[in-house]
Design a protein around this ligand. Structure first.
Ligand code: CAA
Length: 260
């Protein structure tokens, strides 16, 4: 399949997958999500000698700046639920992929971008990487698993704080919190990810895929949490606050929330 928003590069049996919508800071529009779905559920499965996948963002500024907010205008509760469910399923396909998947975070990882990084098995941050779940600024909650995976990775107290304040954390703080595995000089994220994948590729492949599925099994207790996130994301989409939040972003002004 030809992709409009993904660049797929294969070298040394490792695929570097670049999310490529630089003008929108690589925001995940519907088409990009469909392409990610196709890549992980069809294309990548066909490569039998694959050692692993690295996901990164195009350009110097952003990994992924979230779901595409410009597609939010007009989203109602049902469409919101459908969007969140689809996104969660795509990210489950990444999380459950049988070969290691590493996020090489080269800049902003916000909202759906932070959620994409968290669905990967590991995260390497460049020094300028910035992480946040800013959905509350839009009258929303995360919809692609952020309320669940942020808690899994950094614990309840700090996750509550970041989810409710929408604070952005830099690479060193993300390392301290356990949100990322390593911080490297800006521009070295893919190289570091590749180094880890090559080390893993010397181990027994079947054992590696069983590590992935067993570690995943530990977190299946969160299934209800993911379903609740879909329902509440949809519920947010029918509020006045969500309409105000999305409109305020597009109009480049501060949102005026009324709690309705
Ligand atoms: N969706 C759509 N477009 C986006 C975008 C997004 N998430 N993030 C950035 N862009 C676009 C901007 O609209 C702008 O486009 P135009 O030039 O056409 O106006 C372009 O990318 C560059 O962005 P800025 O001019 O805003 O760049 P900046 O350096 O001033 O700010 C930023 C960078 C802090 C990342 C800012 O763009 C921003 O706050 N973006 C939104 C981040 C966000 O809220 N993400 C969460 C989305 S909701 C979500 O993801 C829900 C979920 O769980 C699924």
């Amino acid at each position: 399949m030809e992709y409009n928003n993904l660049i797929v590069e294969l070298a040394d049996d490792i695929i570097t997958l670049t999310i490529s919508r630089e003008k929108a800071l690589n925001a995940l529009n519907k088409e990009t999500m469909q392409e990610l779905n196709h890549f992980f559920t069809v294309e990548a499965l066909q490569n039998k000698s694959l050692k692993g996948i690295i996901i990164t963002g195009a350009g110097p500024k952003s990994f992924v700046a979230g779901a595409d907010i410009k597609e939010f205008l007009g989203l109602d509760a049902d469409a919101g639920k459908e969007m969140a469910k689809y996104g969660q399923d795509v990210f489950f396909a990444i999380e459950q992929f049988h070969r290691p998947v590493i996020a090489a975070v080269n800049g902003f990882a916000l909202g759906g971008g932070c959620e994409l990084a968290m669905a990967c098995h590991m995260r390497i941050a460049g020094e300028k990487a910035r992480f946040s779940q800013p959905e509350v600024n839009l009258g929303l909650i995360p919809g692609y698993g952020g309320t669940q995976r942020l808690v899994q990775l950094i614990g309840k107290g700090k996750a509550m704080e970041l989810l409710m304040t929408a604070d952005m954390v830099g690479a060193e703080e993300a390392l301290r919190l356990g949100l990322v595995n390593h911080v490297v000089p800006q521009g070295d994220e893919v190289t570091k990810a590749k180094e880890i994948l090559l080390k893993i590729s010397e181990k027994a492949p079947l054992a590696i895929s069983k590590i992935i599925s067993c570690v995943d099994a530990f977190y299946r207790i969160c299934e209800d949490g993911f379903a609740k996130e879909v329902a509440e994301f949809g519920a947010c989409c029918k509020t006045e606050d969500f309409k105000e939040g999305a409109a305020a972003f597009v109009e480049r002004r501060k949102a005026d929330f009324k709690g309705r």
